[in-house]
Design a binder for this molecule. Structure first.
Ligand SMILES: Cc1cc2nc3c(=O)[nH]c(=O)nc-3n(C[C@H](O)[C@H](O)[C@H](O)COP(=O)(O)OP(=O)(O)OC[C@H]3O[C@@H](n4cnc5c(N)ncnc54)[C@H](O)[C@@H]3O)c2cc1C
Length: 522
């Protein structure tokens, strides 16, 4: 009892000391327990090496487990919430237990425009599409806005069509809407991917409460369940839950409440992006885009990524910058000559259009778990600038498996959810940051980009062309982790073959600059 009281108050308790003395050398070892963690300290001839973390000592693991009739409350009915619910149902079935799952969602996916949409470009990567199909989550025709053939990569002066590398799985890339389509659109049936996923789990017995979660109480007594406080219009209702899952993304105010619980949760860093839906004639889009997503690396500030995704009679423009973007950046982008080439020659910015400024993740969350609470999707760890939907799938799957197989204590989530997710996604993001910095630098060197891309275009079908295509494909789609892209980019054969091309282009660029300075060339 005393031990438990000490631990719950956060006191360290000293449990062991052993010392030995051989001739003039005296060594002693102290073991100490604090916050369910074992630390050690070594003293050597009077010098003290400070306490070091040794291991977690689980005092709660066996008590905090999901049992028959346990309740799970999921905050957020976006992809991460629905994926977690779906995995929880499968895991409960495997264990032969009955679980009551409730999803709280404050977005009405039947609404058009940002109000009913979890704002994104909404491209479902081939790899995620394959996983959904394997899980029996088959996208109906009404949800698919466009099957994507590939990508067209634009730079300031040059463009190249990327083709699916051989070893990439052949499942199609799909463009969808997260909500019920753009503001002012006039279709009749539901177009929402998020709504489709939510209905998929409702059909398996999950309850949905369409009200926002306002607060969450976690008791210091681990035997007491968590309390979810929810409601709208000034009403405050309560629900007790054995496990609470935070699938609320990064655009929600509940983040501050969770942070305020002081168990160490630090949400991901974010930046504001800009999105727009451009209505255009469907035949024009078909001819101009040829079912390809257009990716722009124009080498101009503040844009880091820009894409135009064809979706039937709309094109979704998505812009990510090196700072928070505004609607003025959107205007600059659509007026750029390379972008204008993809639009009708007499196109003008419509007076009323659907646009939004959603946040995108720049880093992963710290400590997205504690006893009886775990965060998934964007609120936890996601691959930066890549396949957020697939990261939501991965984190939800890992967290659900950990909860059912290993328990709902913070030790179980740390070991069986956070560490594997961190290894898979967060570590890779660090390399991603390096690759993105290199790629930002390269795309600003027009002479280099032009020389390399035109060389590859000339050698289409050769090993070098296929290799560069693979690197660019993996960069824009996220089909491969960043560490693989780095290995591919620094392939010695690839680099050596490109040396003469680079030197030739550099000399040409220098001569052109000199000629311009001397007034011999404009
Ligand atoms: C510009 C842009 C383009 C992107 N393009 C792509 C892309 O093409 N492909 C891709 O894979 N990923 C893309 N992403 C990333 C992707 O959108 C996210 O990774 C994904 O939406 C994360 O899912 P989630 O369920 O964690 O969060 P969200 O999708 O944000 O869902 C959170 C849900 O929780 C609900 N919620 C929040 N707070 C509460 C509360 N207090 N009570 C009740 N409900 C609450 C919200 O209403 C929402 O429904 C893009 C992101 C941006 C910003």
């Amino acid at each position: 009892m005393i031990y438990k009281w000490y631990l719950s108050k956060g006191f360290a308790i000293f449990i062991f000391r052993k010392w030995s003395s051989i001739s003039s050398v005296t060594i002693s070892l102290d073991l100490c327990l604090w916050d369910n963690r074992l630390f050690y300290k070594v003293r050597y001839n009077g010098y003290t090496i400070p306490y070091f973390f040794l291991t977690n000592i689980s005092m709660t693991g066996s008590r905090l487990r999901l049992k028959n009739n346990s309740k799970i409350a999921i905050i957020g009915g976006g992809p991460a919430g629905s994926f977690f619910a779906n995995d929880a149902i499968q895991n409960a079935k495997k264990l032969g237990i009955n679980i009551q799952i409730t999803i709280f969602n404050n977005k009405d996916f039947s609404q058009r425009g940002p109000i009913g949409c979890n704002m994104s470009a909404a491209v479902i990567a081939g790899s995620l599409h394959a996983k959904l199909t394997r899980d029996g989550i088959i996208l109906p025709e009404s949800i698919i806005r466009q099957e994507i053939r590939g990508y067209y990569f634009h730079t300031e002066e040059y463009g190249i069509e990327l083709y699916k590398p051989d070893q990439i799985n052949k499942t199609s890339i799909m463009a969808v809407y997260r909500g019920n389509g753009p503001l002012y659109s006039t279709h009749t049936e539901s177009h929402s991917f998020d709504d489709f996923l939510l209905k998929h789990v409702i059909n398996q017995g999950v309850s949905v409460i369409s009200e926002p979660v306002l607060d969450l109480n976690l008791s210091s007594n681990l035997d007491t369940t968590a309390t979810v406080i929810y409601g709208k219009g000034g009403q405050h209702n309560k629900m007790e839950a054995d496990l609470v899952v935070g699938a609320f993304g990064i655009n929600s105010t509940i983040i501050n409440k969770i942070r305020g619980l002081n168990f160490g949760y630090i949400p991901p860093k974010t930046i504001k992006t800009c999105q727009m839906e451009i209505p255009l004639d469907a035949t024009f889009i078909k001819n101009s885009f040829k079912d390809n997503i257009q990716v722009f690396a124009l080498g101009i500030k503040p844009f880091r990524f820009a894409s135009m995704v064809p979706k039937g009679n709309y094109v979704t423009v998505s812009l990510v910058g090196t700072r928070d973007l505004t609607s003025n950046d959107l205007i600059d982008f659509v007026n750029h000559p390379v972008v204008r080439k993809k639009l009708p020659h007499d196109w003008k910015m419509p007076e009323k259009f659907c646009m939004c400024l959603p946040k995108i993740v720049l880093s992963h969350a710290k400590n997205p778990f504690t006893d009886r609470l775990v965060m998934v999707g964007d609120a936890s760890i996601t691959r930066i600038f890549k396949n957020g939907l697939e990261s939501a799938y991965i984190t939800s799957q890992l967290a659900a498996r950990a909860a059912f197989e290993n328990g709902i204590s913070k030790e179980a989530f740390d070991k069986h959810y956070y560490k594997p997710a961190h290894k898979l996604l967060a570590m890779d993001n660090k390399l991603g940051a390096v690759i993105l910095a290199i790629s930002d630098f390269i795309t600003r060197q027009n002479w280099l980009v032009k020389a390399r891309l035109s060389y590859v275009e000339d050698k289409r079908g050769s090993w070098i062309a296929n290799h560069l295509n693979k690197i660019l494909w993996n960069m824009v789609t996220g089909d491969a982790p960043y560490h693989k892209i780095l290995i591919q980019a620094f392939d010695p054969v690839f680099q050596v073959i490109l040396i003469p091309v680079t030197i030739k282009a550099l000399i040409k660029d220098i001569l052109e600059r000199i000629a311009r300075r001397c007034g011999l060339k404009k």
